[in-house]
Design a binder for this molecule. Structure first.
Ligand code: TGC
Ligand code: FAD
Length: 389
């Protein structure tokens, strides 16, 4: 029999519009042609040509694609999600670049910025000319951003920003940083041009995950900003958490892209690799792994599309996004691990994408809210009892 691809077994395409399929296929082609041939080298060297890729991704139309106006395409949430799946089938670092740009930095300005801020930043960010980053996490406050120490104080009409942020994607290459800081009026967002005196970014080295991604510490040392730098429309953690909902939604789809690439690689490998005089794909134990992984991949995709359809109707809740992030990041990681076992020793090299995805998915499991944070969000929804503190 001719083998069928895992997601085709679910006929996922039957759930998608012609436009969604066209967008997905365009992103898939870009990833196949531009990313897959080079990504192992980028990963090994720990260097990503971010500026070049951002321009290309801007031309592809994926930066802020789900936002309306200011050069953004205003696509459906499902189209955005499917694009994340394709980007992450290339590498989680590529999807991170796009998530942070579109769903975090651009979303913050789009949702909470003034018209002047939107006019100044969004068109260049959509085009990929201006790279953005989003600083919420601090070294001592990851899961609990409400404890943040970074602060901004008024000085006449200006603001003075002090503190630091940690683990910031795109931090060293960004021209603009959206920074969340404690103020006398609550948590406020600041749009910070990274050439402002007092701003510095230190690259984080020795990562074993997300190596094809720039991750940095940001430091603000008496950084002076005009009144016009503050995002006017929000003054609580609702600001950053609203942006996180968008990025988490992208991960719901994205993580499955990495898992799909692992599974397809493991099936191809299993058909070509003989042991005991037959392909290892022909052994029942291997087929059980394939079947179980395909079920989790397909169930995850059905869940992602369901949440995406709710989102397109304006019905998706943050708890539903948490359900999806919790399940899909966890199952993608489990799939990557099982695929690695099928590749045997070859599975630990960069000759195949599996170990790279597996290492990346460890970060995906942690960032945008850890597995435990999303478990507690769901627990609170089910019981009405918050168990965070
Ligand atoms: P809590 O007291 O519940 O709420 C504070 C304010 O926020 C509002 N809110 C939300 N708004 C929108 N969406 C949500 N999901 C929201 N959850 C809460 C809430 O209504 C309230 O608003 P207001 O105006 O009434 O004050 O907050 P809490 O301190 O108890 O925290 C809850 C918790 C633990 C769930 C939250 O802190 C959390 O999600 N922690 C995880 C932190 C996190 O995910 N960090 C991610 C950083 S960015 C990143 O990782 C990028 S990775 C790169 C990539 O994406 O590729
Ligand atoms: P901690 O919060 O210290 O958690 C450690 C462990 O304790 C976890 O297992 C956690 O679930 C558990 N834990 C904590 N509290 C509880 C509790 N109440 N109950 C049970 N268990 C608990 N952040 C940004 O702001 N912007 C970015 O662009 C960004 N990019 C990132 C890129 C990478 C590659 C990585 C790895 C991280 C990035 N982050 C970014 C940071 C990321 O969001 C945080 O790492 C994440 O929120 C977890 O915080 P932490 O690492 O401090 O872990």
């Amino acid at each position: 029999k001719t083998p069928i691809k895992p997601l085709d077994l679910f006929n996922i395409d039957s759930m998608l519009s012609a436009e969604e399929i066209a967008i997905r296929d365009t992103v898939r082609k870009y990833v196949e042609k531009r990313i897959k041939p080079e990504v192992a080298d980028w990963y090994e060297s720990g260097e990503l040509p971010v500026a070049e890729l951002a321009k290309e991704l801007g031309e592809l139309g994926v930066l802020g694609m789900h936002l309306d106006g200011w050069g953004c395409a205003g696509t459906s949430a499902v189209s955005y999600g499917l694009s994340c799946t394709e980007l992450e089938a290339g590498d989680s670092g590529l999807r991170s670049l796009v998530s942070v740009q579109g769903s975090l930095a651009m979303k913050a300005i789009h949702a909470f910025g003034s018209t002047e801020q939107k006019d100044q930043w969004l068109p260049g960010m959509a085009a990929g000319d201006i790279i953005g980053c989003f600083g919420l996490t601090e070294a001592d406050f990851g899961s609990n951003p409400s404890g943040m120490r970074t602060n901004a104080k008024r000085d006449g009409g200006d603001w003075i920003l002090n503190g630091s942020k940690m683990w910031i994607t795109n931090g060293s290459v960004a021209k603009v940083a959206v920074v969340w800081a404690r103020t006398d009026d609550g948590v406020r967002g600041f749009v910070v041009p990274t050439d402002t005196p007092g701003f510095s970014a230190n690259l984080i080295h020795k990562k074993l995950s997300l190596r094809a991604s720039v991750t940095s510490e940001l430091v603000f040392d008496n950084l002076r900003l005009p009144a016009s730098a503050v995002l006017p429309e929000v003054s609580s953690l609702r600001g950053p958490l609203t942006c996180l909902n968008e990025a988490r939604f992208g991960i719901l789809f994205g993580a499955l892209g990495a898992a799909r690439d692992c599974l397809e690689s493991a099936i191809t490998y299993g058909l070509e690799r003989d042991q005991f005089d037959k392909p290892i794909a022909g052994f029942q134990l291997t087929q059980k792994k394939y079947a179980d992984m395909t079920l989790e991949l397909g169930k995850g995709m059905l869940l992602a599309i369901h949440v995406g359809r709710l989102k397109d109707q304006g019905l998706a809740t943050s708890e539903q996004v948490s359900l999806g992030k919790l399940n899909n990041a966890r199952e993608a990681l489990a799939i990557a691990r099982d695929c690695r076992s099928i590749l045997g020793a070859n599975g630990i090299t960069l000759e195949y994408p599996v170990m790279r995805h597996l290492c990346n998915l460890e970060s995906v499991f942690t960032y945008e809210g850890t597995n435990e944070m999303h478990t507690l969000v769901v627990g609170e929804a089910l019981t009405g009892l918050g168990a965070f503190r």
